[in-house]
Design a protein around this ligand. Sequence first.
Ligand code: CDT
Length: 311
Amino acid sequence: MARPLTIAAAQMGPVARDDSRAEVVDRLLALLTEAASRGAELVVFPELALTTFFPRWYIEDPREIESWFEPEMPGPATKPLFDEARRLQVGFSLGYAELTTDDNGDTHRYNTQILVERDGSIVGHYRKVHIPGHEANEPWRPFQHAERHFFEPGTDFPVWRCFGGLVGMAICNDRRWSETYRVMGLQGAELILIGYNTPLYYVPDPQQNALQAFHNHLVMQAGAYQNGAFVVGVAKGGIEEGVDSLAQTVIIGPSGQIIAQCLTTGDELAVAKVDLDYTDFYKKTLFDFDRYRIPEAYRRISDQRGALPPP
Ligand code: CDT
């Protein structure tokens, strides 16, 4: 192996509304410790890993909203995770609700994932671009998916040189969109880390419920293959505050094949030792973008589409 990397996808089971950050961080520490004992150099935790998936409630009290967000990272509750990761020389990626204040003193709320190197330094911040669900309260629903009430969208899909390769991140709904992978693929991404919370009951169209697991793997396996990249998809699954969510955490290779998968809906690791050089088999053959992609043709097609009369 020329560029070996042992990756642990750290699936989480449910987090209750009343669970404290300290209780959750204890669970993350247990997963991190087990991952290190199995040789992991990078541990990937899910979306909004520090709390329950709070967008299932339409919360209006600004102070209550802020209580779900982290104004600093690491903060007092998360510092033990950073300290232990540095001690074990294990990097990690963590999803959480980020509260920031800009130079004008305005606050912003994002659904964020960070990438932390083995020395405990934060090398990358990614802010979720595709924010699903709804803006207003929809009381007729059995539960809300009010992400658009809580979060502003991010604006790009950067990749970072770390862990011996080029690494990007995406969050939950992003994984369903082909652009997510292609924007990173065009920057040479070799490893894409994705956390998710996916309710099995899709309120706007329950016909899709039975296809949730199929769609989850379909999009990530296609994204991996079409961009010659490894993809790690990590769930917070199980029945959380009465809402059943998809588990099926996976590590996928550039061939599109699943290399490792969780079996339960609770806290569990899927571990794989991969070789980042394996991406060459796809990036330098079928998906040699420089040789085979025709950006000019794509531009012309989208120009023509803009010129078409409305249906
Ligand atoms: N967290 C997240 O993005 N979940 C969405 C659910 C879509 S239903 C509003 C997902 O794509 O899995």
